[in-house]
Design a protein around this ligand. Structure first.
Ligand code: ADP
Ligand code: MG
Length: 352
């Protein structure tokens, strides 16, 4: 669907490995105090003083995690960074550096990698992180990207998945299901395009959800917001796989149960409209859609007044004793056990 906008194709071999690394990284500036040595030596050097270092890594493979027929490389670079930073933010930490490793086949000219690095640069700037290294190699097929995000946090602020207690409130930032519905629209347009390449799709009505899919943002703002509200989350996780699966992670690690209220799940009107159009249940999408990169966390009951009514946050349930299990309380007031895929409609409360 994406036409080759870049008629100029420079083969990667003409630069050689060192020329390529140099070319791709020369415009990156270092911003973080903790970066002592960035790109250019055998290893980077970081100094977090009395703080703890936080580290998370991801591997993305063409055809498995992304499809270049509708994902522009610039967006891919941006998203690859953002999803890693999201993991650092989910520890209630500040992201400070990234490393980027790539393997590209000879199908990719220099201009393609330039585009990828434009997206990476944009994300580094927006989230104030330094690119401090990586690795570059060739692949026999397709593109592979591995990003490691590094961050810092004071020991007392680090939030694990394991700290939730029964009666804690379950809170989520933003709204859910958009990224998945955006993908549905893109997949549909890809099929339409295969049949009729001259078809110009009107994607305007879907711009919010397509953006949620192609250009997600990480919730860098939530740690600050919570600090302002003087709320310390007891447990936290980012929503990469879907609400249901993340709730189950929190429950398992914290050894608690959960009641999630269907009517409290935040949905954007565009998501609701798209779900109607695709004849999919919007609750199902929020529970199992994934890739929203919102933060899901628990707070003590006493913080209810501080969280209540905040436009960035929705209280969607509360934690219970582990023996009660993790459940969805439906609009019809029935209790259904949550499963990693969403919920198990064949299981009733009594046999869970
Ligand atoms: P080595 O041979 O020791 O692995 P390289 O020649 O691969 O070193 O890398 C040289 C420098 O460039 C290192 O600082 C490395 O971290 C950095 N680097 C290599 N590839 C990339 C990349 N794709 N993006 C950013 N930095 C990179
Ligand atoms: Mg190397």
């Amino acid at each position: 669907m994406i036409a080759d906008k870049n008629p100029k194709r420079t083969s990667l071999e003409t630069l050689g490995e060192f020329g390529l690394i140099d070319h791709l990284t020369k415009n990156f500036q270092l911003q973080q105090q903790s970066t002592v040595m960035g790109i250019g030596d055998d290893a980077a050097v970081l100094d977090f003083k009395e703080k703890k270092a936080i580290l998370s890594t991801d591997l993305l493979i063409e055809g498995v995690h992304f499809d270049l027929s509708y994902v522009p490389l610039k967006h891919l670079g941006y998203k690859a960074v953002v999803v890693n930073l999201s993991d650092v933010y989910a520890m209630n930490a500040t992201a400070t550096q990234i490393t980027v490793s790539i393997a590209a086949s000879n199908r990719f000219p220099l201009q393609a990698l330039e585009e990828l690095y434009e997206g990476i640069a944009l994300a580094c700037k927006k989230y104030n992180v330094d690119l401090i290294g990586g690795d570059t190699t060739s692949s026999t097929k397709g593109l592979l990207i591995s990003i490691t995000a590094i961050g810092e946090a004071e020991t007392k602020n680090i939030t694990y998945r394991s700290g939730a207690k029964p009666n804690d409130l379950l809170v989520v930032s933003g709204d859910l299901g958009g990224a998945y519905m955006g993908l549905q629209v893109l997949e549909r347009e890809k099929e339409v395009f295969k049949v009729n390449p001259n078809n110009q799709p009107d994607l305007e009505p879907y711009s919010y959800i397509i953006e949620r899919q192609l250009k997600p943002e990480a919730r860098v703002d939530i740690a600050n917001l919570l600090q302002q509200l003087e709320v310390t989350p007891t447990a936290m996780i980012d929503i990469s796989d879907g609400l249901s699966s993340e709730i189950l992670h929190l429950c398992k690690k914290s050894q608690v149960g959960c009641n999630l209220f269907e009517n409290k799940i935040p949905l954007d009107p565009t998501v609701i409209t798209a779900c109607e159009e695709f004849k999919i249940d919007s609750t199902m999408i929020a529970l199992s859609g994934g890739e929203d990169y919102e933060l899901l966390f628990t707070v003590d009951q006493k913080d209810f007044e501080k969280i209540k009514g905040n436009p960035n946050l929705s209280i969607i349930g509360f934690m219970t004793d582990a023996s009660e299990g993790a459940n969805l309380v439906t609009r019809g007031d029935s209790k259904i056990p949550l499963t990693a895929q969403g919920w198990n409609s064949f299981k009733t409360e009594t046999d869970s």
